[in-house]
Design a protein around this ligand. Structure first.
Ligand SMILES: Cc1cc2nc3c(=O)[nH]c(=O)nc-3n(C[C@H](O)[C@H](O)[C@H](O)COP(=O)(O)OP(=O)(O)OC[C@H]3O[C@@H](n4cnc5c(N)ncnc54)[C@H](O)[C@@H]3O)c2cc1C
Length: 384
């Protein structure tokens, strides 16, 4: 019997999952709201911190064949799309299975709400009904299995204290919230007062880009607001084997430790309010005020749960990712130390529905493509 599978998202995980599921005999359709690799297209010039060999499944490598870059290549997001994901999506196994410009709006069980027989195996007897918006109007797909690989990159977190919107934030359309937007707008930011918020991997990369701009255009000034009280605010992994990540963290911490003239650091800072007029008057905790022409907020991302509201999914109350997975890896602090998890820990509570990839980690910061790919393989093994 044909087993129909819908995969939401044509990012690296959705495509690797599709390649492996097709090889296992599933009849797969991938629904992607934008173009193949849509999220990675918005990474700007930032490079992966893992080499290509850690970012692809074995099956995907086979499908691309000899055309791919070398396995130790450290690619930018757009390079990964152009040189790896587009060739993978165009391979004979996947080419007719990917529907771009198909945004999933709702996933449910045919004629069965979330409330009915919640968490009961009998729910598996009703097929999934997936409603999409496409350029040609609405479309419905049916499936026996759904893997949600829709990532988190489309939903930036608010920049205010405690993850809430700062006063005035919702009314300000111009806040830069991705590295791609930053690199697109960098040229127009010379000579401006720039406020950068966040101290994770994206903010560290943004600081690198902004620092280069300020060196080239000395009238540019950067204020970097971080929640950490540390002199070196970015978390360093002892003896980090990932060179790209080590270099990025080290560069950001060095700048924070001895800031050049263009840079000021506000530590233990959370944003309380932003005034609408430019320059924006930004009120930080501790009664501090910063004037900013441009605000760059890189404070993390969260999953879009809106289209899952009719599924009885076990979500983690803290990460908003998959509940059993979050419990299994709760004590992990570095993405390289995520342990192997069992099929039970990859279950969602809704039979034959699974969160995979970055979305399964929700707001968690320990997602790594290599682990995500191996979790997909274990999951597909468990589906038989
Ligand atoms: C700057 C940056 C650098 C990173 N570097 C690394 C690294 O070096 N190594 C590593 O292992 N990880 C890295 N990560 C983390 C992670 O691996 C990436 O975010 C990766 O893109 C996650 O892959 P994914 O396929 O799960 O999700 P995504 O790549 O985000 O793909 C999700 C796809 O789903 C689509 N989608 C979303 N909603 C819908 C919908 N409703 N309907 C249809 N389609 C939808 C999106 O358009 C997108 O194409 C990095 C993350 C960032 C932000």
């Amino acid at each position: 019997m044909t087993r129909r599978m819908i995969i939401v998202g044509a990012g690296p995980i959705g495509l690797c999952a599709a390649a492996s599921a097709v090889a296992r005999g599933f009849d797969v359709t991938v629904l992607e709201r934008g173009e193949v690799g849509e999220a990675l297209r918005r990474f700007g010039p930032t490079r992966f911190f893992t080499p290509l060999s850690m970012n692809l499944s074995r099956r995907a490598v086979e499908l691309i064949g000899g055309a791919q870059p070398s396995e130790d290549a450290i690619l930018t997001g757009p390079e990964m799309v152009e040189r790896v994901l587009v060739p993978l999506a165009s391979s004979s196994a996947l080419r007719d299975r990917i529907r771009t410009r198909h945004r999933v709006i709702s996933i449910g069980r045919k004629g069965m709400s979330r409330y009915e027989l919640s968490r009961h195996p009998l729910r598996a007897e009703r097929r999934f009904r997936v409603l999409c918006d496409t350029d040609g109007g609405e479309n419905i797909f049916e499936a026996d299995y759904v893997l949600d690989a829709s990532g988190v990159y489309g939903q930036p977190q608010w920049l205010g204290a405690g993850g809430q919107p700062a006063m005035g934030e919702r009314a300000l359309p111009g806040i830069i919230r991705s590295l791609g937007e930053l690199s697109d707008q960098l040229g127009s930011m010379a000579g401006k007062n720039i406020l950068l918020i966040g101290h994770g991997h994206s903010a560290q990369n943004a600081l690198g880009l902004l620092g280069e701009l300020a060196v080239e255009h000395p009238s540019t000034s950067i204020c970097w607001a971080v929640r950490s009280a540390n002199t070196r605010p970015c978390a360093e992994v002892a003896d980090d084997p990932l060179r790209e990540r080590r270099t990025t963290v080290e560069r950001a911490n060095r700048l924070a430790e001895s800031p050049p003239d263009f840079l000021t650091i506000e530590r233990k800072a959370s944003v309380e309010a932003i005034s609408p007029g430019a320059p924006h008057s930004v009120r930080l905790s501790g009664d501090r005020t910063v004037l900013a022409d441009v605000i760059v907020s890189l404070t993390g991302y969260r999953p879009d749960l809106s289209f899952l509201s009719e599924l009885a999914v076990d979500l983690s109350p803290s990460t908003e990712g998959a509940g059993p997975l979050a419990r299994a890896i709760a004590s992990v602090t570095d993405c390289l130390s995520v342990p192997t998890v069992s099929a039970k820990e990859l279950a969602s509570g809704e039979p034959h529905f699974h969160l995979i990839g970055a979305k399964s980690y929700g707001r968690g910061r320990t997602f790594l493509l290599q682990t995500g790919i191996s979790q997909v393989e274990s999951l597909l093994d468990s589906l038989g």
